[in-house]
Every structure is written in structure tokens, then in C-alpha cells.
Design a protein around this ligand. Structure first.
Ligand code: NAD
Length: 335
């Protein structure tokens, strides 16, 4: 029987609750498949800074490096300039997870716009999140780094993904203003796309894309864009599809994948059993696909859709009253 070692970081706030739910669903899914998941739990997040002096202790880094993939819960990121860099950003850099993949799909009964089924692929290693900020007299400057190499890599990922979907990519930029940086990005996408004549390619300014996502989200298949634009557009698209409680994400590199919900640690809901675990469950589903266990992934996806349709998985954010545990139980019961 195949087995995969998975690093699990429960994180802060609602993290342990939603990760626990996703693990229960994964347990049910692996019983139906012919593989085993071997979990290695690691401490990380703002909750461990006092104990270790860092949000990503060396022991956890060892666990991450010994695993095939990581299932990560949301973590609180302190905003003081002296605080450690976000754990997600550290892991992305550590494994060069260059593509951030965020599917936005409307599920039955979940309040999203019918027919929405798109994926936002965001360049994950540079752009305005380069981490290069410095003070200048009277203010501060952030460097927006866009390289041909990283743009081509993420474009290739998006094109291959589109090939397996509705065969359309929209590259989102602001090259009319950010002429140099988004000029590099746009030219890189168009050059890589020449090898994929089966995929329809269109360009769109980021402000127009923000508007079109609300006006006519059904027009999109795969959106590819730079780091900050993708971060913002994917939260918007998640809301159009039903809310951040349903939105998973994958961070993919050449030899590692990290899977997490799009949402944060929602501290006000921590420990109350009201958080929606579906985003994390769908992130675990993306991990199954990444591991090559697509059949088990499909089982999870179908169980989520049916549990939402039947009403038993509707948590407070979706207008229902299912607790975190009951929602996960409804999904597990349908696998
Ligand atoms: P958030 O996503 O934690 O919460 C925003 C709002 O969304 C919450 O008030 C809640 O109403 C709702 N929400 C989020 N997740 C939900 C869920 N599973 N079920 C039901 N409702 C849910 O965003 P925030 O308040 O901006 O950030 C809180 C903390 O999380 C910050 O420290 C931030 O840095 C961190 N954060 C971490 C990640 C990550 O670990 N990848 C991502 C985003 C934010």
C-alpha cells in the first residue's frame, strides 16, 4: 500500500478546529482508497513565539522537510515591524512554491453565484510581496520585483491547468501604469502561451478584472496574475463563489506542495466550534490530487457538494447552524 508522509501544522485561532475536521475527512477518504497518510504534527504560528522565539521552530522545519506535502492551518501574523515573517511566506520561500492556486467554485445551497467555477493562479515568490521594504525620509518604499523567469514558470503552470479545464487563461496586469514590471509579466505569459494554441489567452487590467469578477464571473476559467493582485482578486472571487469559509488554496513548487484555507485564523471564533471547516477540507482535497490520489479527491469533493446540498454542512457563515464538528461529520458520512 502506498503511503505519504504529511506535515500537519494546526496553527492559531480556529486552525486546530478546521485542521482536525480535515484530518477526519482524510481518514475517511483513505479508507476508500489504497493509500495511507502518515501525519507528522508540527508547532507553528504566533502561539508558539513565546516558547521558541520564532513562529516556525527548527523542529517544525525538520518535520516539513521530511514530508511529501504540508497541510497548514491558518496562523495569526503579528503586524509589528519586528515580528517574524508569516509562516506561509517562510514555507513558500523554503520550498520555492511558485504557484498559489485558488479555485473558486459555487457549491449548491452555499450562497455563491451559480455557475462560478474558476481558478486564480498567483505568482507566489515575488511581486510586491518581495519582502524588500525600506524606510526613506518621510516614508517607506516596497520593491515590486517581477522577473521573466518567475513569470514564465507561473504562466506555464496556468496554461497546463487551463488545458485540463475550459482552455482559457486571462492574464491580469496593470501594464498601462506599471509599464516595466507588468510589461515583463505580460510578455512572459504571451511568449509561453505560443506553445499552447489550444488555450484561448486574453489580457485584462486588474481594475477591470475586479469589476468583471462581480459582473460576469462565469466568463473566467484560469486567471494568472502577480502576487498582490492575485491575493486581492482571490478573496473577491471567493466571496462571489460563496465566501472565504469555502475557499481552499494550494502552494505548488517543483517538488513540494503546501495546502491551506484562504482565510485567516479568525480569532473571534476560536474555540467556539462555529468556524466553517470546508475551506480546509477542500485544501486537503487539493492535496490528494497533488499526491496523485485524484479518485479519493473526487470522493471528498462530491461529499462536500452533497452535504451542502442536503443542508447538514451549512455553518453559520453560510446561513445554517451546523457546528464545525457537525459539518465535518456530515461530509465524512457521505464519503
Ligand atoms: P480572517 O480570514 O481570519 O477573518 C476575516 C473574517 O472572515 C472573520 O471575521 C470571519 O467573519 C470570517 N471567516 C474567516 N474564516 C472563517 C471560517 N472558517 N468560518 C467562518 N467565518 C470565517 O482574516 P483577518 O481577520 O484579516 O485575519 C486574522 C489573522 O489571520 C491575521 O493575523 C492575519 O494575518 C491572519 N491570516 C493568516 C492567513 C494564513 O495563515 N494563510 C491568511 C489570512 C490571514
Amino acid at each position: 500500500m502506498k503511503s505519504y508522509r504529511i506535515a500537519v501544522l494546526p496553527g492559531d485561532g480556529i486552525g486546530p478546529e478546521v485542521i482536525g475536521s480535515a484530518i477526519n475527512v482524510l481518514e475517511a477518504a483513505q479508507c476508500k482508497g489504497c493509500f495511507r497518510l502518515d501525519y507528522a504534527y508540527g508547532e507553528a504560528g504566533s502561539g508558539v513565539i513565546k516558547k521558541y522565539g520564532t513562529n516556525l521552530p527548527a523542529g517544525t522545519v525538520k518535520i516539513l522537510k521530511g514530508a511529501r506535502a504540508c497541510l497548514k492551518g491558518p496562523m495569526t501574523t503579528p503586524e509589528e515591524a519586528s515580528a517574524p515573517v508569516s509562516v506561509a511566506v517562510q514555507i513558500r520561500k523554503m520550498f520555492d512554491l511558485y504557484a498559489n492556486v485558488r479555485p473558486c467554485k459555487a457549491y449548491p445551497n452555499a450562497g455563491g453565484r451559480e455557475g462560478v467555477d474558476l481558478v486564480i493562479v498567483r505568482e507566489n515568490t515575488e511581486g510586491l510581496y518581495s519582502g524588500r521594504e525600506r524606510k526613506i525620509p518621510g516614508g517607506a518604499v516596497a520593491e515590486r520585483i517581477v522577473t521573466k523567469r518567475a513569470s514564465r514558470k507561473v504562466a506555464l503552470f496556468a496554461l497546463r491547468l487551463a488545458l485540463a479545464r475550459k482552455r482559457k487563461i486571462t492574464y491580469v496586469h496593470k501594464a498601462n501604469i506599471l509599464r516595466m514590471t507588468d510589461g515583463v509579466f505580460s510578455r512572459a505569459v504571451l511568449s509561453v502561451a505560443k506553445a499552447y494554441p489550444q488555450v484561448r489567452v486574453e489580457g485584462m487590467h486588474v481594475d477591470a478584472a475586479a469589476m468583471q469578477l462581480v459582473k460576469d464571473p462565469g466568463q473566467f476559467d484560469v486567471i494568472v496574475t502577480t502576487n498582490l493582485f492575485g491575493d486581492i482578486l482571490s478573496d473577491e472571487a471567493a466571496q462571489v463563489a460563496g465566501g472565504v469559509g469555502l475557499a481552499p488554496s494550494a502552494n505548488i513548487g517543483t517538488s513540494y506542495g503546501m495546502f491551506e484555507p484562504v482565510h485567516g485564523s479568525a480569532p473571534k471564533y476560536a474555540g467556539k466550534g462555529v468556524a466553517n471547516p470546508i475551506a480546509t477540507i477542500l485544501a486537503a482535497r487539493m492535496m490528494l490530487d497533488y499526491l496523485g490520489e485524484a479518485k479519493a479527491g473526487k470522493l471528498v469533493e462530491n461529499a462536500v457538494a452533497r452535504a451542502l446540498e442536503g443542508g447538514k454542512a451549512l455553518t453559520k457563515d453560510l446561513g445554517g447552524n451546523a457546528s464545525t464538528g457537525k459539518c465535518a461529520e456530515a461530509i465524512t458520512g457521505l464519503i
